[in-house]
Design a protein around this ligand. Structure first.
Ligand code: LRH
Ligand code: MN
Length: 427
């Protein structure tokens, strides 16, 4: 199912008068602040977010899963669905694969299909947190940290195999997230586990092509509930620093204990030139993997405020981070959830671009917290939605992606095509 641009144009025509009015009003206000709407729009259009291949079906918890039908049954159908998202918002120009959930059987066919939909392959993800049917040794008690060198060998070889798949697809980075850890005091030797993990990661790093990056993703708990080997940004940064210049820390927004100041972590990692990328999502309690911006839109804005500051004054030469979503959809239609997430990310980025950085810096140097907040919240409270809508319009996408998705009955068509019981691989 390839979306027809004419269908989108017809829908846009209905929303155009109202959009023109609000965009004109915003452009005038921006001009008054010496901000050029066209320049901002180009930046928003360049900001492409990768869609996780494991989040195109319905997610679930151990308490239940409520599939909505029409889920992609193959990698080909997943790429087509990401193509549909990209046609609707022109901001989802990449897909991030998880191996072995999405092994490309026919690489040439998969690459051609992705190109047809204007998609690139972002980071590939390894999986040593589940045992596969034909697997020789279990990851029950860990993988890269395991006490048994044969299990560590198996896990390193899996990561090297994932790199090979990524190379064939044109990906340039590997994300390693480890469930490794323990659920009972005394169960594991913290130091041995960390040392074995470092030694294993060194082999993986050495197995990467010279133009690849390694992203080390941290997480405080789950599925282990006493300790996780790579539990926080400090441990990830420690490992990335000891691995080499092409190893970086990956920040999954849901992988922080309550009230953690994530924007400070982002600023610190950028200052060190070690911020590799993001898994965007939102949460209230744990790793809830909810729609980006659904719970804490101000925190997301504050994170982008640090990102824009770090990118504009990049003394540390931090490479452009990888922008990826990592979500799981228990209640919403996966496609609508992802469309809302991209909108929230683009909105937070656009608002962060509106911050008067010079004024903010002098308020800070003057220790004037009142003025600093006024400046910051003036940007956050600016309705920048007409700006990102105009960015979509100029790219031939939908002014209102979710409304278009519904008016075009895309889910109904998918159910007709794939059936109500089709189930996607992934979480
Ligand atoms: C772990 C995680 C990791 C993925 C998985 C799907 O919680 O965030 O990034 O491998 O979700
Ligand atoms: Mn993640």
């Amino acid at each position: 199912m390839q979306l027809d641009k004419n269908q989108i144009r017809l829908l846009n025509d209905q929303a155009l008068p109202e959009h023109r009015e609000s965009f004109e009003y915003l452009s005038q206000r921006l001009k008054a602040q010496n901000l050029e709407a066209d320049k901002l729009i180009r930046k928003i259009q360049e900001f492409q977010v990768a869609i996780p291949s494991w989040a195109l079906g319905t997610g679930g918890t151990r308490f239940g899963r409520f599939p909505g039908g029409g889920e992609p049954r193959s990698l080909e159908e997943k790429i087509t669905d990401v193509g549909t998202l990209h046609a609707l918002n022109a901001g989802s120009g990449a897909i991030s694969l998880h191996i072995p959930w999405d092994i490309p059987e026919d690489v040439a066919k998969i690459k051609a299909l992705a190109t047809e939909h204007g998609l690139l392959f972002d980071a590939v993800n390894s999986n040593t947190f589940q045992d596969q049917p034909e697997q020789e040794r279990s990851y029950k008690f860990g993988s890269l940290c395991h006490t048994d060198a044969r299990v560590r060998r198996q896990a390193v070889d899996h990561n090297l195999e994932v790199i090979r798949y990524g190379e064939m697809l044109g990906s340039k980075s590997l994300t390693v997230w480890l469930a490794d850890g323990s659920s009972f005091p005394g169960q594991m030797n913290f130091r041995k586990a960390l040392q074995r993990t470092l030694e294993s990661l060194k082999e993986i790093y050495a197995g990467m092509p010279k133009d690849w990056k390694l992203f080390v993703e941290y997480k405080p708990f789950e599925p282990n509930f006493y300790h996780t080997v790579i539990q926080d940004w400090g441990t990830s940064h420690l490992l990335a620093s000891q691995l080499g210049d092409r190893a970086f820390t990956l920040v999954d927004l849901g992988h922080h204990l309550p009230n953690t100041n994530i924007e400070q972590i982002v600023a610190t990692l950028m200052m060190q030139g070690k911020l590799g990328g993001f898994h965007f999502n939102d949460s209230k309690f744990g790793d809830d993997d909810l729609t980006v911006g659904a719970m804490k839109p101000y925190q997301l804005f504050l994170i982008f405020n640090e990102l824009v500051a770090g990118m504009e004054d990049n003394q540390s030469a931090n490479p452009s981070p990888a922008w990826m979503i990592d979500a799981s959809h228990n209640l919403k239609d996966p496609m609508e959830d992802l469309l809302q997430s991209i909108e929230a990310i683009q909105l937070a980025y656009a608002q962060a671009l509106l911050v008067d950085r010079d004024a903010l810096e002098s308020a800070r140097e003057d220790n004037d917290p009142v003025l600093a907040q006024e400046i910051l919240q003036a940007a956050f409270r600016t309705d920048a939605r007409p700006l990102i809508a105009e960015a979509r319009l100029r790219a031939g996408a939908a002014l209102q992606p979710v409304a278009a998705y519904r008016k075009l009955d895309l889910r109904k068509n998918l159910v007709l095509e794939r059936g109500s019981k089709s189930q996607a691989t992934g979480l």
